[in-house]
Design a protein around this ligand. Structure first.
Ligand code: GLA
Length: 754
């Protein structure tokens, strides 16, 4: 719901309110973002700081320009034709529109998802068929990926502001009332008669009048991504960001602000996720007037020229507030991402995701068709749905040193090509999936020899190889068309049901031969737009294809990529202890149904550590379940034991994908334990996972559960019964920890309700 009255602009979701005021000077000021309220909170602000005509440095501005009295972080940095770099935005008009704004070329939250498509991958088509052997059904349609912009329940507030020298900012706010989510995007338009250069074009500027807030970010390294970090916002500016052209492993384009006393189940917190997959900057500045948060495309390497009449669309930010702690904030994001961001084809939790086996850790580059078929046979015995052939399948690809760009099968490894392999896999009852890295080219490849000019390179400089590869210039239409033709040829060559789209380096030498020198500041962003264009073509042309994005693990794990691919490979590290921290951190904003998670062997290939089967399964089953190990080394009985977990996922995967997540015990510094659970929206089912020290060392013999119905009786799979009240207050009895990294998985079903 939205209202505009007497200069007061109010957005209501089911439980929150976002309120703005046009002050006496026509500046758009932020009043309030928090619990739902009908009050006009502008009136309640201290008058000394917010009197009309007061110093702009004190005003909570929704769109801040530089150089005219507001000396905090700006939203936008324009340079006018006369060389001046200043802006002060004043209100022009506001209107409420039905439906969602469109952001041409940029992913953004959708209106909604079509109802559950029938049929599909694997055997998880009906909950009542649980534990039945999986039968594959191929070639069934799922309904179109509709993306109608007019839809029930979503409204948009459009506020137009203008700077006297001619830069206009149209702030767009869409409200997803039922999910407590608000999205915001900005169109910057040149209303002057001469070109304007934008040196920064931010997506979000939000002022908080509190002095004490904590900032949470999700940081890490390759093989240790998205670890939650929380620290007080101190005086001055602190930031996380990326200048790599992809978000990268070091920082995720999302952040949470919360009060110092906010915890998992109580307290105020605000979450923000940028719907963008390139270089980004998140800054929090604490100064005299409180705290300002800004988010957007990173201004380094950015300079965008707007000719008169032209607009620049700044990527969307999705935001939510919770006064019930971080757990509730996460659940609000999860439900919004599931319902409004993921490709509709895959967004319904009941729509099965295939259980896959990925060949990477089983084979690396060393395989031939026989080896793959042996692996596939073993996968079939473990009742797996889909066989993914990872890196190494194409010409000259026996290491990272060659082959990228030449997407035809190596006849020495696959004498009958991909169609031959696919046919044999299908005959075994497995679907076929494939790895590609379409944005890259090896210097040693036919593609590079044919089109040396397709790479990003700065004239006169040596082009940097990272992982022995160059970046293709996705900002160029002709290069994209070349890549698209290659992808089409691949996908049309045989029934490929799944594609893993990898990206194994950051951008460098960013310069496009197709743009004049003065437009080179646009290339980083145009690259991201080019990536989106390709993924849009892919998902439109192959609506049934399951796309999994990846960037050396979780280097490009963001709401932008989730618009195209419902799952992203969360990390190259599959060690259970490492995954505790990685998946825990990822879960603050992103739902479990987006996290690529595989069961792998021990000792783990990344860490050399061991963990129990149950612990490894607990982590893998809490994401998009799959396997990544050489199953031919497992005895037939062992494969059949693994099949029990595959059946568990078929029966309860929808609960994990669509349930409410409760983080029960956070992994400690040493990643030695953790516990979490998923509860079905009607609270009749729950899946509980505990790993490592969370299983109790005598000091914690029970695990307090959350989210269940107090006056109901739940039974576990062994028939033990508990009331909801017992589980919520006394806890689930734990078996106690034994051995190295033990794990436990419970499925609870409500059997009685008062
Ligand atoms: C990246 C991915 C891995 C694997 C390799 C193949 O590192 O994250 O999962 O696909 O590339 O080279």
């Amino acid at each position: 719901m939205m209202t505009i009255s007497n200069g007061l602009l109010t957005l209501h979701t089911a439980h929150t309110t976002y309120q703005m005021t046009v002050d006496a000077d026509g500046r758009l000021c932020h009043n309030w973002y928090g619990c739902k309220t009908e009050e006009n909170l502008w009136d309640s602000r201290p008058t000394h700081a917010f009197d009309p005509g007061c110093w702009p440095d004190q005003l909570p501005l929704e769109c801040a320009g530089p150089g005219l009295g507001d000396n905090r972080l700006p939203s936008v940095l324009p340079e006018y034709a006369d060389g001046s770099r200043a802006a002060d935005f004043r209100f022009v008009r506001a209107e409420v529109r039905p439906g969602k704004y469109a952001l041409p070329g940029l992913p953004n939250f959708r209106l909604g998802s079509p109802p559950n498509p029938q049929g599909g991958f694997g055997g998880e088509r009906s909950r009542s068929e649980m534990n039945e052997t999986c039968r594959l059904r191929r070639g069934e349609g799922y309904g179109a990926c509709g993306d109608d912009r007019q839809g029930a329940g979503v409204e948009t507030l459009a506020v137009t502001l203008r700077d006297a020298a001619g830069l206009e900012a149209e702030l767009l706010y869409s409200v997803y009332e039922d999910c407590d989510l608000i999205t915001r995007a900005v169109f910057y338009t040149n209303r002057s008669e001469a070109p304007i250069k934008l040196h920064q074009a931010g997506s979000l500027c939000l002022d908080f009048d509190q002095q004490q807030l904590d900032l949470m970010t999700f940081d890490g390294v390759w093989a240790g991504e998205h670890l939650a970090q929380r620290r007080p916002i101190f005086s001055g500016v602190q930031s996380v960001g990326s200048t790599r052209g992809i978000p990268g492993h070091a920082h995720n384009p999302a952040a949470i602000l919360c009060r110092p006393d906010t915890g998992e189940t109580c307290g105020d917190c605000w979450g923000f996720a940028l719907v963008y997959s390139g270089s980004f900057l998140i800054q929090a500045e604490r100064g005299e007037a409180g705290i300002r948060l800004t988010m957007g495309v990173h201004p380094q390497h950015f300079c965008w020229t707007l000719e008169p009449g032209e607009s620049f669309a700044a990527p969307e930010v999705a935001m939510a507030f919770s006064d019930q702690g971080l757990g509730e904030l996460s659940r609000r994001f999860h439900s919004a991402i599931r319902r409004h961001l993921l490709p509709p084809r895959w967004s319904d939790p009941e729509a099965p995701r295939p259980v896959l086996l990925n060949s990477w850790e089983a084979c690396y580059f060393d395989f031939n068709e026989n080896k793959l078929l042996e692996l596939a046979q073993a996968a079939k015995e473990a009742e797996i749905d889909l066989f993914v052939l990872d890196d190494g399948w194409f010409q000259n690809r026996n290491s990272t040193e060659a082959g990228l760009g030449d997407w035809t099968a190596d006849p020495r490894k696959l004498p009958e090509g991909l169609p031959g392999l696919c046919k044999k896999l299908n005959a075994l009852g497995l679907d076929f999936g494939l790895w590609v890295e379409p944005e890259a080219v090896s210097p040693n490849s036919d593609l590079h020899r044919a089109h040396p000019d397709w790479v990003l390179e700065i004239p006169g400089r040596e082009t940097l190889e990272i992982r022995h590869q160059y970046n293709l210039d996705l900002s160029r239409e002709d290069v994209r068309e070349g890549i698209w033709q290659q992808l089409r040829a691949l996908l049309d060559s045989c029934p490929i049901r799944y594609l893993k789209w990898d990206m194994n380096r950051s951008l460098a030498n960013v310069y496009s031969a197709a743009l004049p020198p003065e437009r080179q500041g646009e290339v980083y962003h145009r690259y991201v737009l080019g990536l989106y264009d390709l993924q849009q073509r892919l998902t439109r042309t192959y609506p049934d294809l399951l796309l999994e994005n990846c960037a050396s693990g979780g280097g490009r794990y963001d709401c932008g990529m989730l618009y195209y691919s419902p799952q992203i490979w969360c990390s190259d590290n599959t060690d259970a202890r490492s995954r505790l921290g990685i998946q825990h951190g990822t879960s603050y904003l992103y739902p479990a149904c987006t996290m690529g998670a595989h069961f792998s062997t021990v000792p783990n290939h990344n860490t050399g550590r061991t963990a129990s089967v149950e612990a490894r399964m607990a982590l893998a089953l809490s994401g998009t379940f799959g396997f990544e190990l050489d199953l031919t080394r497992y005895a037939q009985e062992e494969r059949q034991e693994l099949a029990v977990y595959v059946r568990w996922y078929r029966a309860h995967g929808a609960l994990v994908r669509g349930g409410d997540l409760y983080r029960l015990i956070a992994p400690e510094e040493a990643d030695s334990g953790g516990a979490w659970m998923f509860v079905s929206p009607d609270r009749t089912e729950a899946a509980v996972f505990a790993v490592g020290t969370a299983l109790g060392d005598g000091l914690r013999p029970r695990l307090l559960l959350q989210g269940l119905e107090e006056h109901a009786v739940y039974a576990d799979e062994d028939g033990a019964q508990y009331t909801g009240g017992q589980l919520l207050r006394q806890g689930l009895p734990l078996p106690g920890a034994w051995g190295e990294v033990p794990g436990c998985i419970w499925y609870l079903k409500q059997i009685e309700r008062e």
